[in-house]
Write a protein that binds this ligand. Structure first.
Ligand code: MRU
Length: 376
């Protein structure tokens, strides 16, 4: 997507070997900074400290981190066997950074599989570079197709409303291009509709505690010229009661093959409100976000708990003339703070899953009808 008219992806290989570049998303929307990663360590820090975030982006960055890991292994070890062992270990280190996003584990496992099938150390390093690029290209293409498939749903609602008024779409957190390599998942159908001339308006949940909605989604939509309004997280139910939301589209960090959806904390409450008000609740995801092993999302998906400081402190510009952000404390001294990063929306509250292969119902039979090769 474009930033000030210039096309960008969220991750790209450098011209020099052993380098990958990212955008420091912690600084957006107030500053746009590119950062170079040169090691597994750099990559782990960038994921854990959320320079990059969002399931698909984390996966693609991890795939690039595994290329950097391969370059390190080439220097550190002297046999093919010890290369494979050291490479796997570096993969484990990356997987520990964020437990909920499926794409991280998926990308690391793919690199380990591909690299271990190569004969020489040199071939392993060059395959790791290729796989990093493949993962990024694939993510971008899958998200583009999610846009095509979700566009039909928006078009139907537009026509049902009489073909004149904007379609009001509510989204939570950031499942935009910043959360992937390009296009995004939840935003891709929105961009496709906007480009096709269908009027859309997006309600953007600010998404406490880190405010990825207010800071990232609003910025993204603004850059692409999509009409939107930022709301606090608790407004969604009220808007739905008053007919001001035509559909919800969210992303997901991990979805079971039975259709249970882990997404940013607060998503479940939006799904409950949507059901109570007959508002369709769609979830957009590339197949790299499916967990093909887990049946019961509520019981089995690991939910990341982060530092309470993210809840206790807010950061932003104190005045419009400032360039540096200021942090302020919101919590009474001595009060304990808990920071659950994700929740799980059970499949029965999900109207459909928008994937790169089409839209399916959120249940095992329908998911496997789109991805038959995954059925055991
Ligand atoms: O903690 P984050 O920012 O990595 O959380 C991810 C998200 O932004 C959302 O949960 C998103 O809707 C799914 S990621 C495509």
């Amino acid at each position: 997507m474009k930033v000030d008219g210039k096309p960008y992806r969220t991750i790209w290989l450098g011209d020099k070997p052993g380098e990958a570049w990212i955008i420091d998303q912690r600084k957006l929307p107030f500053a746009f900074e590119e950062v170079v990663l040169k090691s597994t360590e750099d990559t782990a820090r960038a994921i854990y400290e959320m320079y990059v975030r969002g399931a698909g982006c984390i996966g693609a960055v991890a795939a690039h981190g595994m290329y950097l890991a391969a370059v390190e292994c080439e220097v550190e070890v002297d046999s093919v066997e010890s290369f494979d062992q050291a490479f796997r270990k570096k993969g484990e280190q990356l997987c520990e950074t964020r437990p909920t996003a499926m794409n991280l584990q998926w990308a690391v496992e793919r690199q380990v599989r591909e690299v271990s099938s190569q004969d020489s150390i040199q071939e392993k390093v060059s395959r790791a570079r290729e796989v990093a690029r493949e993962v990024a290209d694939e993510d971008a293409e899958w998200c583009r197709r999610i846009g095509e498939n979700g566009l039909r749903l928006i078009q139907e609602i537009f026509e049902k409303k009489g073909g004149k008024d904007p379609v009001n779409i509510l989204t939570h957190c950031n499942a935009g291009w910043l959360a992937f390599v390009d296009w995004g998942s939840a935003t891709s159908p929105i961009y496709a509709a906007h480009d096709a001339g269908i009027p859309v308006h997006v309600w953007v949940d600010e998404t406490r505690p880190r405010n990825q909605g207010a800071r990232l989604t609003a910025w993204e939509l603004g850059q692409q010229g999509v009409p939107h309004t930022v709301i606090v997280d608790n407004v969604g139910g009220h808007l739905m009661q008053h007919g001001m939301v035509d559909m919800v589209i969210t992303g997901t960090d991990r979805t079971t093959y039975t259709g249970d959806v882990a997404n940013k904390i607060g998503t479940y409450l939006k799904a409950l409100a949507a059901r109570d008000n007959d508002v369709p609740f769609y979830v957009a995801l590339p197949s790299s976000t499916f967990d093909w092993e887990i049946r019961d999302g509520v019981k089995e998906i690991p939910i990341e708990q982060r530092d309470g400081e993210e809840v206790a402190f807010l950061s932003g510009l104190a005045s419009t003339n400032d360039t540096e952000e200021t942090e302020v404390n919101l919590v009474a001294e001595g009060s304990p703070v808990a920071n659950y990063a994700f929740d799980v929306t059970p499949s029965h509250l999900v109207s459909g899953l928008i994937t790169e292969r089409g839209v399916c119902d959120a249940n095992e039979a329908s998911v496997f009808s789109l991805f038959p090769e995954k059925q055991k």
